[in-house]
Design a protein around this ligand. Structure first.
Ligand code: ADP
Ligand code: MG
Length: 249
């Protein structure tokens, strides 16, 4: 049984079938990559998992409970955390202040910006934030403004902010998009470290095949809203259906 079970999910935008009967199982403690050409429906699928979109048909179960009809923050509280295509961090705040936000929000259920100064003096919250920054190898950057960091470090911070919520499922939508090769490789190493050290399942949408084949235990190929193949990486590379789907990319 998968920790995430998607069954017969369809989503139309007007006359366009963005998702057409998608069924997919993500097994616990694996890295599951969802790949496919542009417009295949990858982001639409992810949005259906986190409550940003509601499928027209089908079911989405996380750890035996339906996520459908729940709000994004409720799904987040169930244990699903999502990393966006563009890093969602606060550029005007320091690295440490950014890291305090999800920890505080998790404790109090809500976050008010003006609370950050008072919270920064609470040792338990500070300790947690420091620990996560050490884990993320960012502790020496704690006083830096988030906006001044490289794309790779912004992504690293954002992933750390997600992990501080202790999710059981981490969803990433093209986490290395727009990155230089060195930052991409750092992100691969970070995700490998997370996979090795934490009790976590990772579902990753990714265009860069180097990233996919470095990380994935299983791969689902989506094309035109339909899963074409689901298999282990070594069986995906030479698959003629997959090659055909990517022709013209
Ligand atoms: P991918 O992430 O695989 O590139 P998307 O899920 O973003 O693909 O898009 C799948 C299809 O649905 C595309 O044809 C896209 O133009 C369309 N689409 C996505 N979101 C919307 C929307 N909110 N309204 C209308 N069409 C959309
Ligand atoms: Mg997309």
């Amino acid at each position: 049984m998968g920790i995430l079970e998607v069954k017969n999910v369809s989503k139309n935008f007007g006359g366009l079938k963005a998702l057409n009967n998608v069924t997919l199982d993500v097994r616990e403690n694996t890295v599951h990559a969802i790949i496919g050409p542009n417009g295949a429906g990858k982001s639409t699928l992810l949005n259906c998992l986190v409550g940003k979109l509601i499928p027209d048909t089908g079911s989405v179960m996380f750890d035996g409970q339906s996520v459908l009809g729940r709000k994004p923050f409720e799904i987040n509280q169930m244990g699903i955390s999502r990393v966006f295509q563009t890093p969602e961090i606060f550029g005007d705040l320091t690295v440490m202040e950014n890291m305090l936000i999800p920890i505080f929000a998790r404790r109090d259920g809500a976050f008010r910006m003006h609370a950050i100064e008072s919270v920064a003096h609470e040792s338990a919250v500070l300790e947690q934030a420091e620990k996560m920054l050490i884990d993320m190898k960012m502790i020496d950057k704690r006083h830096m403004h988030a906006a001044s960091m490289s794309r790779g470090d912004k992504r690293r911070l954002e992933i750390g902010m997600c992990l501080s919520q202790e999710p059981r499922l981490l969803l990433l939508d093209e986490p290395t998009a727009g990155m230089a090769r060195a930052d991409t490789n750092n992100t691969i190493d970070l995700l490998k470290q997370i996979k090795a050290e934490r009790d976590i399942t990772i579902a990753i949408i990714e265009h860069d095949m180097h990233v996919v084949f470095s990380l994935a235990d299983r791969i689902t190929v989506l094309a035109q809203g339909t899963p074409l193949v689901e298999d282990e990486p070594q069986n995906i590379r030479g698959n003629p259906k997959v090659r055909e789907a990517y022709l013209g990319e």
